[in-house]
Design a protein around this ligand. Structure first.
Ligand code: FAD
Length: 414
């Protein structure tokens, strides 16, 4: 079968691209291995809520229209929203169609699914940035009686054996799972590496309001000093709760969660060893948070909003107990589960085109895969702006890439 463009993946990014291609009357199909919003259906844990506020869950031609714009969507509502959107835009999605390989051809691309070969002049990869867990090599040394899980296999505290849980990683996923598991009555230890501390709200507004207002989310990829670092930055220590509570390390410790340093090593005897630099790591995160709050205050003053907002204030520095343990013996039975909340990575193992860098990420220029003309990627962190990391960023990204793709097809025709 021949078509002009194939979009691979029907998450929000693939759907946004489908809408943009339709706007430009570009013939296309969307191939999806599961159903629309498959990652949210099959790879996220029940109880997950978006950390971005509802008013930010917007897609091309669709703004949030529910009655709780300042709330945070539960995962089931995310699935329902994207499913409705796919229907609304008439996205030509072929579900249950897994792409097994993609090859460059003189006239475009050859795409193999389980059932057939397709030919397209352009391909958009929207297969997700978070489809596989990024687990450190040290995971292999965890002694066998300890259950190990990733956020992709975690479905809730009921799935865990009784006993203590070591959550490794204190970004958005780690802090959310640590507090959920703690509420089930299990003692939780949280291993904390580099992290991004932000308050849920500041001066009466959600932190994402501030990130948007100050222009942080609009910062372009080609104007960011250290783009690789920006793309690898951990997600902020934020969760979406109905009460909009903080889930920073002070809040977690107040609940009774123990924090320790970054997990560096597990000995052959099964002893987990933690970095001694926890205090420094936390001080750095506090410093960066305060820098952002300074920027927010300066922006508010310049915008003449000081009279309309509560006054500026600062948050207590992160408390770090000087007696924080540096080791934890995983063979004593105190810890029965290790949960690797150490990040996610894309899975491009099926790609047959040499466009990956040495870390397995696609080498691209703002979503344009320059080494394979006609190939595009969407839905990656800081793809074109810092907003690209989040759902709402796909609107502008898909518009820009659809424009590029349109010019590419036109030049091919000429
Ligand atoms: C735990 C977690 C919480 C998050 N919370 C938020 C949040 O609060 N707010 C926010 O804005 N962002 C959040 N994100 C980030 C981001 O929105 C998600 O990663 C989002 O799912 C990315 O959308 P996507 O469309 O690029 O990819 P996905 O939603 O992952 O969609 C990719 C699609 O491609 C399909 N696919 C993959 N490979 C193939 C193949 N070979 N053939 C056919 N189909 C294939 C998959 O089945 C999937 O449906 C979160 C991410 C995670 C992991």
């Amino acid at each position: 079968m021949k078509t002009t463009t194939v979009v691979i993946g029907a998450g929000h990014a693939g759907l946004a691209m489908s809408r943009r291609l339709t706007e430009r009357s570009i013939d296309h199909i969307v191939l999806e291995r599961g159903e629309v919003a498959n990652s949210w259906r099959t790879q996220r844990w029940p109880g997950l809520r978006l950390l971005t506020p509802n008013w930010q869950t917007c897609l091309p031609g669709h703004d949030y229209d529910g009655d709780d714009p300042d709330g945070y969507m539960p995962v089931a509502e995310v699935v329902a929203t994207f499913t409705r959107y796919a229907r609304h835009i008439g996205a030509p999605v072929r579900t249950a169609t897994t792409v097994r390989s993609l090859r460059a051809e003189p006239q475009g691309f050859e795409i193999h699914t389980d059932d057939e070969a397709l030919y397209a002049r352009a391909v958009v990869l929207a297969t997700g940035a978070c489809t596989a867990p990024a687990i450190p090599a040290v995971a292999g040394a965890v002694p066998p009686p300890v259950t190990t899980l990733t956020p992709l296999t975690y479905r809730g505290p009921g799935q865990l054996p009784d006993g203590g849980v070591l959550v490794v990683g204190a970004s958005a996923t780690g802090v959310q799972l640590a507090s959920q598991i703690h509420r089930s009555g299990r003692p939780v230890t949280l291993a904390v590496g580099e992290h991004v501390r932000l308050p849920r709200t500041y001066r009466g507004r959600d932190i994402f309001w501030w990130l948007q207002a100050t222009g942080v989310l609009a910062e372009r990829y080609d104007q960011i000093d250290d783009l690789d670092r920006a793309r690898r930055l951990p997600s902020p220590q934020l969760t979406g709760t109905p009460e909009a509570t903080d889930t920073d390390l002070n809040a977690l410790q107040a609940l009774g969660i123990r924090i320790v340093g970054r997990l560096g090593h597990v000995t052959t005897g099964g002893v987990a060893q933690f970095s001694g630099s926890l205090a420094n790591t936390c001080a750095l995160a506090d410093l960066k948070m305060n820098r952002f709050l300074n920027r927010a205050d300066e922006w508010a003053t310049a915008a003449g909003l000081d009279n309309q907002l509560p006054p500026p204030h600062r948050f207590a520095p992160t408390r770090v107990d000087p007696r924080t343990p540096l080791e934890l013996d995983l063979t004593t039975g105190e810890i029965t589960t290790v949960l690797w909340a150490t990040g996610f990575r894309p899975d491009h193992s099926w790609l047959g085109i040499p466009v990956l860098d040495r870390t397995g990420h696609i080498h691209h220029d703002g979503g344009v895969v320059t080494s394979a003309p006609g190939l595009y990627v969407l839905g990656m962190p800081v793809l074109r702006t810092r907003a690209s990391t989040y759902i709402h960023g796909a609107a502008a990204d898909s518009q820009a890439l659809a424009g590029h793709l349109h010019s590419f097809l036109s030049s091919r025709c000429r």
